[in-house]
Design a binder for this molecule. Structure first.
Ligand SMILES: Nc1ncnc2c1ncn2[C@@H]1O[C@H](COP(=O)(O)OP(=O)(O)OP(=O)(O)O)[C@@H](O)[C@H]1O
Length: 681
């Protein structure tokens, strides 16, 4: 470029012909082009090139002047100010912006701002972006929040001059070709880094300022609980990408045994205490705490977790384990937890986190779950988390320290023992049906005065005059005495009270008939459930007997007490099966010779006779259902009906069960009809 510039200068001063050779040197073919243009267009290319080169020189000169000024500016800034930068995804970033929005922009009439209301779910490519939901604001339209846009916002705080620079990132820039100022070229997405500068040579004023912003953030959060969840996108990594702000729920509004409640609160306070942490660390005990909240649906397990998160000012990380993509994702989510938080694992008894694929069965071998439902759940759990994956995140090596885990379950008795052992579950808290005392408290809470007046009545009903405190307490006591102790769930009672939310007098007056009717409905539902369970049990028992009968036609299971013996017998049965098939084709003798080639034939014949005798014996046992139980254990094992190995001599060892499963099933093919009819008889 410089040589072209010199050439242009020489051309301008000395005339075209003097520099012709030099142009030709630098641009090959220059002469031909020049002659062509001169002849046909009457244009002198050397003059044109000279002008262009000079213009380029002027512009690059301006650019370098601009660069120098820019450098000088930043040099002065760096010299005169101290600065601290904050990453875009840091909570502090949002806290600083919120502080600026509330204290600087609102009062000063800043002319260039960015506005924020609510993020909408779209199916566009950026659908994975962080979602925030505010359950705290109940207005139809979320209030608009005004925040600083890109560029510098300056202000005076604590007698220091501050400048906060919000930096545009690639993702917040809408168009690369747009050359306008940043604030007119795009809108911040909330992930832009901030640089906080303060005039002076010390960062202390900035640190103090950041502290103020954090306090402001804490104060704002006091009114609600921050719930974080993940969106469960199949093809994406799991992340805590959804934030929900829930109104604070006072612990007093969750009614259950008062003693248990205060013990629980004391236990958590004790755990969160700094000295407890030191104690745990000093003794090499993992600093974690786990609680299992169990009881029927609608007894307040979720409500209690939320209330405790609010009480202790902790964020609640909500996770539905069966929806997580797999163990790796679960681990990722747990690794991303902050050191102090509550993790709520809901419905922990759901399928997918049981040790075996089909789920555990009851003592009698019957599962309470409906077959269809179990099958559905089994399908839906495929590829999801395993129990060992869950156990691992709860107290494996990589498990986060300092957090509190709440697990909720409607069937605590079905949970794997490893899951509820101390260290994973330190306390089990039962939330049962509502007591009379809790009903009284719920009544009082429902009709407590709000400010100076009564609780607002439903639309269309007139608000009754507020009752005096004594009158309300008297009504509450009367109300409670009409409710049977520990029969209804708190959710049921809350539903009833909501129907009378404008009138405590009516609520107290109508509770007795409601309780009677509700109890009757519950009895009927229970009876229906009992009958359905009985039918299901009978169906299962019939299926089991059928399976037993099938196997019994070939095996006398009580004779089998070791794996090798079982395998031997299975081999013999296979040969016997082959012989039977050959017999039916009229070639029994030749095939029998072939099969007995290994020298075991004599033994086989003897044993197969025994087996057949055994079959008869077992068939008889089948008919007398109860007597069959000994055999059932073994044969169930052989057919994979139960999947469990029975201990003791009568049982079939697990390994043998697996090995021979297919063989026995294969043998019974073709003879099913005959055995079935016998079993049914
Ligand atoms: N002990 C309780 N005290 C006050 N309100 C309760 C209580 N239990 C339940 N409720 C009310 O019932 C509703 C359901 O409660 P919640 O979801 O906490 O029950 P849950 O035990 O978690 O139910 P599930 O097992 O079905 O998840 C909520 O509106 C809650 O206010």
């Amino acid at each position: 470029m410089n040589s072209l510039l010199t050439l242009a200068g020489t051309t301008l001063l000395g005339g075209g012909s003097a520099t012709y050779d030099q142009w030709e040197d630098r641009i090959p073919g220059f002469g031909v082009l020049q002659n062509f243009l001169k002849t046909w267009l009457k244009v002198d290319i050397t003059t044109l090139l000279t002008v262009a080169a000079l213009l380029g020189a002027a512009s690059s000169g301006a650019q370098s002047i601009q660069d120098t000024v820019f450098k000088l500016y930043w040099w002065i800034i760096r010299f005169l100010t101290a600065s601290i930068s904050v990453a875009g995804n840091d909570r502090l970033n949002r806290e600083v912006l919120n502080w600026l929005g509330a204290h600087v922009l609102a009062g000063r009439g800043t002319r260039i701002l960015t506005a924020k209301s609510e993020t909408v779910q779209t199916d566009a490519w950026h659908w994975r972006q962080i979602q925030e939901r505010n359950d705290y604001h109940h207005e139809k339209r979320v209030p608009v929040q005004y925040l600083p846009t890109f560029g510098i916002t300056w202000f005076i705080h604590d007698r220091n001059i501050f400048m906060v620079r919000r930096i545009m990132t690639n993702s917040s820039h809408t168009s690369w070709s747009n050359r306008g100022p940043d604030e007119f070229s795009g809108a911040p997405e909330g992930t832009e880094p901030l640089v906080i500068m303060c005039l002076g040579r010390s960062v202390d004023p900035i640190k103090r300022f950041l502290h103020v912003c954090r306090d402001f953030g804490d104060k704002q959060r006091e009114a609600f609980v921050t719930v974080r969840a993940n969106k469960h996108q199949v093809h994406y990594d799991e992340a805590w990408d959804t934030t929900i702000l829930r109104p604070l729920r006072p612990l007093e509004t969750v009614h259950f045994d008062e003693k248990t409640k205060s013990e629980l609160v004391a236990d958590i306070s004790n755990y969160l205490d700094y000295n407890t942490r030191k104690f745990y660390n000093g003794r090499g005990i993992p600093y974690r705490r786990g609680y299992l909240l169990h009881g029927p649906p609608g007894t307040g397990k979720t409500s209690l977790s939320l209330a405790l998160a609010g009480k202790f000012g902790l964020e609640l990380y909500l996770l539905h384990v069966p929806s997580v993509n797999g163990d790796q994702s679960l681990e990722k989510l747990f690794t991303a937890l902050p050191p102090r938080c509550i993790v709520l694992l809901e419905d922990i008894d759901a399928v997918g986190i049981k040790r075996n694929a089909k789920g555990d069965e009851d003592e009698d071998g019957d599962s309470d779950e409906d077959d269809e439902e179990a099958r559905f759940r089994d399908r839906s759990s495929r590829g999801a988390c395993t129990l060992s994956g869950l156990l691992n995140v709860l107290d494996g090596v990589a498990s986060q320290e300092g957090r509190i885990v709440f697990m909720t379950s409607n069937h605590a008795e079905k949970l794997d023992k490893a899951l509820v052992r101390p260290g994973r579950v330190d306390r089990m808290i039962f939330l049962g049906n509502i007591s009379q005392r809790s009903s009284e408290l719920m009544f009082l809470r429902m009709y407590a005065r709000e400010g100076d007046g009564p609780a607002p009545a439903p639309i269309g009903e007139k608000t009754v005059d507020p009752l005096s405190e004594e009158e309300l307490e008297r009504l509450a006591r009367e109300f409670a005495t009409k409710i049977p102790d520990n029969v209804f769930t708190p959710a049921q009672l809350q539903g009833y009270l909501l129907n009378y939310r404008g009138s405590p007098v009516d609520a107290a007056a109508n509770i007795a008939p409601w309780a009677k009717e509700e109890q009757q409905l519950m009895e009927e539902a229970k009876e229906r459930a009992r009958k359905a369970a009985e039918q299901k049990k009978a169906k299962k028992r019939a299926a089991k007997l059928k399976a037993l009968a099938k196997a019994a036609s070939h095996v006398r299971v009580n004779d089998i007490d070791s794996e090798s013996e079982y395998e031997k017998l299975a081999r013999k049965m296979k040969r016997e099966d082959a012989r039977r098939a050959a017999k039916s084709q009229g070639k029994e003798d030749e095939d029998a010779d072939q099969v007995s080639g290994d020298g075991e034939h004599a033994e086989v014949s003897q044993k197969s006779k025994e087996t057949e005798q055994g079959v008869n014996g077992t068939k008889k046992t089948v008919n007398g259902v109860n007597g069959a139980n000994n055999g059932v254990n073994g044969v169930n094992g052989a057919n994979g009906v139960n999947g469990k190995s029975s201990s003791g001599k009568n049982g079939v060892k697990k390994g043998a069960t697996r090995t021979t499963n297919g063989v026995v099933n294969g043998l019974i093919n073709g003879e099913l009809g005959e055995v079935e009819s016998e079993a049914e008889d």
